[in-house]
Ligand binder design. Structure first.
Ligand SMILES: [Zn+2]
Length: 99
């Protein structure tokens, strides 16, 4: 897998649509997937026989299956290619659209 680490921009990293006080500081850099991206900039990879978002594959490898109706969203760094699971969370599609 091809990936590259980048340093986070601190301002973007603390942006939140809900409450900034709920956020703990990001201690890790983004890990950007560079191998294969779709038109929106999301990393894509083969995972268990299917092509899915690289960030989703990273989530599944760390936390297990994504519950039905939820998706993995970048709530900290807003980098579609980022596959650092510390920058990801599960959200409903409605919540994701708000971001
Ligand atoms: Zn990130």
């Amino acid at each position: 897998m091809n990936a590259v680490e980048v340093q986070l921009d601190g301002v973007r990293g603390t942006r939140s649509t809900t409450s900034a006080t709920e956020l703990t500081p990001i201690t890790t850099s983004c890990v950007l997937f560079t191998d294969w991206k779709n038109k929106k900039g999301y990393g894509q990879r083969w995972f268990r026989g299917r092509r899915i978002g690289a960030h989703r594959a990273a989530w599944i490898e760390t936390h297990g299956p994504i519950p039905k109706g939820l998706e993995v969203n970048h709530w900290r760094c807003f980098q579609p290619a980022c596959i650092n699971v510390e920058h990801l969370r599960l959200a409903t599609r409605r919540n994701n659209a708000k971001n």
